[in-house]
Design a protein around this ligand. Sequence first.
Ligand code: 13P
Length: 263
Amino acid sequence: MRGSNYLEIKAMRSRLVAGNWKMHGSLAANRRLLDGLKLGLQATDGVQYSVCVPYPYLAQVEAELKGSDIAWGAQSVSEWPQGAYTGEVSGAMLRDFGCRHVLVGHSERRALYGETDKQVAAKFQAAQGAGLIPILCVGESLQERESAVTEIVVGRQLAAVLDSSGVGSLANAVIAYEPVWAIGTGRTATPQQAQAVHAFIRGVVARQDAKLAAGLTIVYGGSVKAANAKELFAMADIDGGLIGGAALVAEEFIAICAAAAKA
Ligand code: 13P
């Protein structure tokens, strides 16, 4: 690849493993899961752990995780600071419950709820305005991959945020590459497929700010499991993972975090 110098830069980047619980959980199930995570996850230099949970459980997660080595966050945020937006939740509200992260532009939000690139960019800006770290999700569908337009799609999704917030905003953000065809399908991108898109993303950012791009945390999501995490996280431009199904099982999530700590 690009020689040991590049791996040294990788070692300096902060890594993140974030769980996306999606619409799963209950007070009782969360308690068991969080107890397991607290026992299994201790601070590791250069690696952060986080869980992005459904809104109603933020108070529970804050109470359980305060003082632990695990951060928490939400799965979406309103693009507006407040007002008559029934059903929406603002960034300031998430901060009230100690959130550090928030997912923005997850493919399920884009595909099922019609979130546009413009809206995602506005949510990204709103999240940062409230002091949250947005985890900006980008990724192509199966049809787009098969039509060889992955870079066009991911480039367009990135450009929406770069154009509205500027490249400097990425200093306080994480990017998650999540190929839609690998989400919840058990069909993981190969480490080489994922690495190629991660390198593309870093390259797009580097064209505007090379130093920032070198330090940018880019995580992979899509059927990451304990069994495949190590080989994915070993790639030069993969700095951790955004984990769906496997984040609901304490031992799996802990093992994935351990793989990131060793990468
Ligand atoms: P799975 O890990 O279940 O494929 O989900 C990935 C995802 O969408 C995380 O945001």
